[in-house]
Design a binder for this molecule. Structure first.
Ligand SMILES: *Cc1c(COP(=O)(O)O)cnc(C)c1O
Length: 371
């Protein structure tokens, strides 16, 4: 039995009776651009995030790029972020005219280390961009206090963390609730995936919401009137309809992912060569990825491939070691935790539709390799 890393066809069969009629409604009305499904999804995602405004956009990448553009960065302005993330996190900082400043991660959660953020602040720092990696939130309490003390903006990359939450001062706070602006991705493989590209920004800052709405529509709230130069970054009405039909399933899907994660963690407890993911007790993890640290990681990959077990390395090269960021001058060894994570991390299949037999198959393959 092969176990794929992700099986979107299984999900499609489970939900098509909800999704296809919702798509047909858009098709019947031909409201493809900024039709009524877009504002409906925007208010649903804002509500989920405990935020005032949702602003749909074309991708998760744009959901970071537009708030970064709204900062009006000048050459040399710095945005502090993690090197252990998908490329878009730092690529957008560069494309918004800023300089990404990479700091190291916490080895247990793989998330940005607030103490390292604090040390990296200079007179040119404008913002902090934490990522809620693999589906668990970064230490927002610390990051918020650092940002507040210095007047810095906090932009959350929640592309992997829609619906994740964290207990802070005794209260559950959602991903998307605490930053100045938060970016979500609806890339098909994300926990809430569209059938194509899509993204959303949420914020509780009224002025920021107005600005972001302009930036996604060529810089003008009124058609053919342009206060500034924006771009075309709309969320497609069809994608919004699909996402509205999928959204009611999200909580149950996340619960399934947590259940699978607990099963793996228990079943792998006697394998000393692997370290299951550490969940910060303050976090409710949504397990976008289930990521182990593994001894002889590359050999394990070869073994899993031979066994027909889907797996992936997120991320094999930390961003400070990418050729495009060589000019930043961060040598091998400069961010040791991120570098070690890149050598040890391996993600296993964790999608909700996995069966018990498939989970056992993955576990057996790992036992088999280290035995
Ligand atoms: C997926 C992802 C993005 C970008 O989203 P797209 O919709 O693919 O543009 C940004 N940051 C992180 C951490 C992601 O995982």
């Amino acid at each position: 039995m092969n176990v794929p890393l992700l099986d979107l066809v299984a999900q499609y069969h489970a939900i098509k009776d909800d999704v296809l009629p919702a798509m047909m409604e858009v098709i019947e009305t031909q409201h493809f651009i900024m039709g009524p499904t877009v504002p409906r999804l925007e208010s649903e995602i804002a509500r989920l995030s405990h935020a005032k405004h949702g602003i749909g956009c074309a991708s998760g990448t744009d959901a970071l790029l537009l708030p970064l553009k709204a900062l009006n960065l000048k050459p040399g302005d710095e945005v502090i972020t993690t090197p252990f993330t998908f490329f878009a996190t730092a690529g957008t900082i560069h494309n918004a005219g800023g300089k990404p400043v990479f700091v190291d991660i916490q080895p247990d959660t793989f998330n940005i280390d607030p103490a390292a953020v604090k040390r990296a602040i200079t007179s040119r720092t404008r913002a902090i961009l934490p990522v809620h990696l693999y589906g668990q939130m970064a230490d927002m309490l610390e990051l918020m206090s650092i940002a507040r003390a210095r007047g810095l903006k906090l932009i959350e990359d929640a592309a992997q963390a829609i619906g994740a939450r964290r207990k802070m001062d005794g209260e559950w706070r959602m991903a998307g609730e605490l930053g100045w602006v938060t970016g979500y991705s609806f890339f098909p493989s994300k926990n809430l995936g569209a059938w194509g590209d899509g993204g959303m920004m949420v914020t509780s800052d009224d002025a920021a919401a107005e600005r972001l709405k302009k930036l996604r529509l060529h810089g003008g709230a009124k058609q053919y009137h342009h206060e500034e130069v924006g771009t075309n970054s709309r969320l497609d009405s069809l994608q919004a309809a699909i996402l509205l039909a999928k959204l009611p399933h999200l909580a149950a899907w996340s619960a399934k992912r947590r259940e699978h994660a607990a099963y793996y963690t228990k079943a792998l407890a006697e394998v000393p060569q692997v370290k299951p993911p550490v969940v910060d007790p303050a976090n409710e993890h949504i397990f976008h990825q289930y990521t182990l640290r593994a001894e002889r990681r590359d050999e394990l990959q070869t073994h899993l491939k031979k066994e027909g077990i889907g797996h992936a390395v997120y991320y094999p090269v930390p961003l400070h070691r990418q050729p495009c960021f060589e000019h930043l001058g961060l040598q091998e060894g400069s961010l040791p935790q991120a570098e070690q994570a890149s050598r040890e991390a391996i993600s296993l299949p964790i999608y909700p539709e996995l069966t018990r037999a498939q989970l056992d198959r993955v576990v057996d393959a790992i036992h088999g390799f280290y035995r």
